[in-house]
Design a protein around this ligand. Structure first.
Ligand SMILES: Cc1ncc(COP(=O)(O)O)c(C=O)c1O
Length: 348
């Protein structure tokens, strides 16, 4: 909820970050060639964090703050990736974690439960019920109900809210410095939105520049056809849970996922970070939906050219990168792929 322009990173958390940051950035020339573009595409790789995605950046801060508040157990919902990040961070700060994963994600990402357990978490699989139209609020509600039966426990939602989004902004700050070293500055920032933390983490510093200086930057978010949170979301007051646990926030929301039978993992959030909704309503962030086939095709192209297997969520942003690279000339495009290889980094 802070309105401060900058928030110092607590030294204990900086210790964690300094073991795996800065994450690399690289230009994907072969990918550019195959697309047939004269744009330069730079990829920031948050796949090198201890959780293999951007989630670790929030997890260490959250676990640290909970430890300071004498919380003993953290509970959360996950479609797989966030639970691994929180479990690792909680273990680092000597806290217990209980992760709630929906049965569909557990089927789709069969290795995740074992990874969370290996990091010391207890994992509870939640079966679909008739009251939920999306997987994240299904597990969030189950986790909150369970948390209310525990002592010294707190439930943490893994995206959307300030405590989660703000630590991600380190990604964009690093990108800016890394590109500056090469005398470059992005023309187009691409991302995909689940709750919006990944997108804002990459884009926030450039949105600030865009608002405060003459820098003309385009911000483009990819979303899945079954979760058109930006293109069809309605402005209003929303919470991620129906248990009265989280406060209502003014943002965009959708009733539920449009059921096209496609699994979209962490992109299936029915509310979005308020800042994304705000800048979208002002026309600063643009969004477009992409089909699972387009996302898969983009992932395959990236794998063929760069040798990296990316997460399902990343495929959507790569589809958006391809679209921007084809419709522009000589622009600098940046994207955070937030996945891509087995982490070689472990900080504990
Ligand atoms: C690899 C990956 N990319 C992107 C996202 C979407 O993230 P956010 O909720 O921060 O928008 C997720 C969420 O699970 C993810 O796991």
């Amino acid at each position: 909820m802070s309105t401060e322009r900058e928030i110092p990173i607590p030294p204990e958390v900086l210790d964690c970050y300094s073991k795996y940051r800065p994450t690399p950035i690289f230009r994907v020339k072969k990918f550019e060639e195959l697309i047939g573009t004269d744009c330069e595409i730079y990829v920031k790789d948050e796949g090198t964090t201890p959780s293999n995605n951007h989630k670790a950046n929030s997890a260490y801060l959250i676990a640290y703050l909970c430890k300071k508040d004498k919380v003993k157990t953290l509970t959360t919902e996950t479609t797989g990736n966030w639970g691994v990040a929180l479990a690792k961070a909680a273990r680092y700060f000597e806290l217990e974690t209980i992760c709630f994963i929906d049965a569909e994600s557990n089927r789709f990402r069969p290795d995740r439960k074992a990874l969370m357990e290996k990091a010391g978490a207890k994992v509870i699989v939640v079966e679909q019920d008739d009251n939920h139209n999306d997987l994240l609020s299904l597990s969030a509600d189950a986790a909150i109900q369970y948390t209310r039966t525990l002592k010294d426990a707190t439930y943490i939602f893994g995206s959307v809210y300030g405590y989660f989004v703000i630590p991600q902004t380190i990604i964009g700050l690093e990108i800016k410095e890394q590109l500056q070293e090469q005398g470059k500055y992005p023309d187009i920032v691409v991302g995909s939105c689940g709750g919006g933390a990944n997108f804002l983490g990459t884009a926030a510093v450039f949105i600030m520049d865009h608002l405060e200086s003459a820098k003309q930057v385009e911000f483009f978010s990819a979303e899945a056809t079954s979760c058109p949170i930006l293109t069809q979301g309605k402005s209003g007051l929303y919470s991620i849970d129906s248990q009265g646990y989280y406060p209502m926030i003014k943002t965009y929301g959708i009733e539920g996922l449009l059921n096209d039978g496609q699994y979209i993992g962490g992109l299936g959030s029915t509310i979005i970070a308020p800042a994304v909704a705000h800048y979208h309503s002002k026309g600063i962030i643009k969004a477009k939906t992409f089909t699972p086939e387009e996302a898969q095709k983009a992932s395959n192209l990236f794998r063929e050219t760069e040798g990296k297997k990316v997460a399902l969520e990343t495929g959507y942003q790569l589809a958006a990168v391809i679209e921007k690279a084809k419709s522009n000339s000589k622009k600098i495009i940046v994207v955070n792929i937030s996945s891509g290889r087995d982490s070689t980094y472990s900080i504990d």
